[in-house]
Design a protein around this ligand. Structure first.
Ligand code: NAD
Length: 253
């Protein structure tokens, strides 16, 4: 039956940045669909764990700073120890630094590119090599952005990294489709999380953003839960290399 295609029973999902915001919402959604979730985060995922344990779901935490050398190995080793497998990878962790292009230092540029772009590639490579290729398949969901399509304001490194995410999504989908691997992305619109707290506290910017969202409201982590489950499940087995905007209509305006 069609809804069974969306079930994730017996699957294991690695979600980066699972402690808060969109990563927490995605973790809860995948666990509700039946997956065991391994949350890789630099801060405690206690709240996420509690939300999942409340419905008897399965969640494990891997505490790791993903911008440090060796982080990819830590995620792979701990996943093997905790679950022995991974069928789904959600590359969600990301940072945004707001500054004029003229003021961006090499250090700040590297910080953003390192986590939002480089890690997405090398974690995908490692998870595919270790788990997906031997098993004959897997799902990768990258978290893109409106700034995968637009330039944004005062966030040049972020816009560069999120544009790269869409490119990598296509490149990996193309190369790995024959191995049963689907690589897709979700481009969230303007969501009420820590990532946008600075924007939302600026009354003028906040009002101008809100007035441009056709849905008339900021998005929430709940808004991307359904798309995450869809892209993690068999229901999307013939969807590959695509970026789905979950943006209340922002890109349509
Ligand atoms: P958030 O700031 O609440 O979450 C970011 C997550 O990344 C947190 O879990 C954080 O701990 C983790 N993280 C950051 N640096 C890390 C590191 N070095 N090691 C491990 N984890 C690290 O914001 P969010 O909105 O939930 O962001 C999640 C993703 O969604 C990000 O990739 C972000 O760019 C993207 N996004 C957000 C929006 C939005 O409007 N909120 C829009 C488009 C895309």
């Amino acid at each position: 039956m069609i809804l069974d295609l969306f079930r994730l029973d017996g699957r294991t999902a690695i979600v980066t940045g699972a402690n808060t915001g969109l990563g927490q919402g995605i973790s809860v959604a995948l666990a509700q669909a039946g997956a065991t979730v391994i949350g890789a985060a630099r801060r405690s995922c206690q709240e996420t764990a509690q939300r999942i344990q409340a419905f008897d779901g399965r969640f494990f935490e891997v505490l790791v700073d993903l911008s440090r050398p060796g982080a990819v190995d830590t995620v792979i080793t701990r996943t093997k120890e905790l679950a022995g497998r991974a069928d789904i990878l959600v590359n969600n962790a990301g940072i945004i630094l707001r500054e004029d292009a003229m003021d961006v230092s090499e250090e700040n540029w590297d910080k953003v590119i390192n986590l939002n772009q480089r890690l997405v590639f090398f974690l995908s490579q490692a998870v595919a090599k270790e788990f997906f290729f031997p098993a004959g398949g897997g799902k990768i969901i990258n978290i893109a952005s409106m700034l995968s399509f637009q330039g944004g304001i005062r966030v040049p490194a972020y816009a560069a990294s999120k544009s790269a995410v869409v490119g990598m999504t296509k490149a990996l989908a193309d190369e790995w489709a024959a191995h049963g691997i689907q690589v897709n992305a979700i481009a969230p619109g303007y969501m009420a999380t820590n990532n946008t707290s600075q924007l939302r506290s600026d009354e003028e910017r906040s009002a101008s953003i809100l007035s441009r969202i056709p849905a008339g409201r900021w998005g929430t982590p709940e808004d991307i839960m359904g798309t995450a489950v869809y892209l993690a499940s068999k229901a999307s087995d013939y969807v590959n290399g695509f970026t789905i905007a979950v943006d209340g209509g922002w890109l349509a305006r």
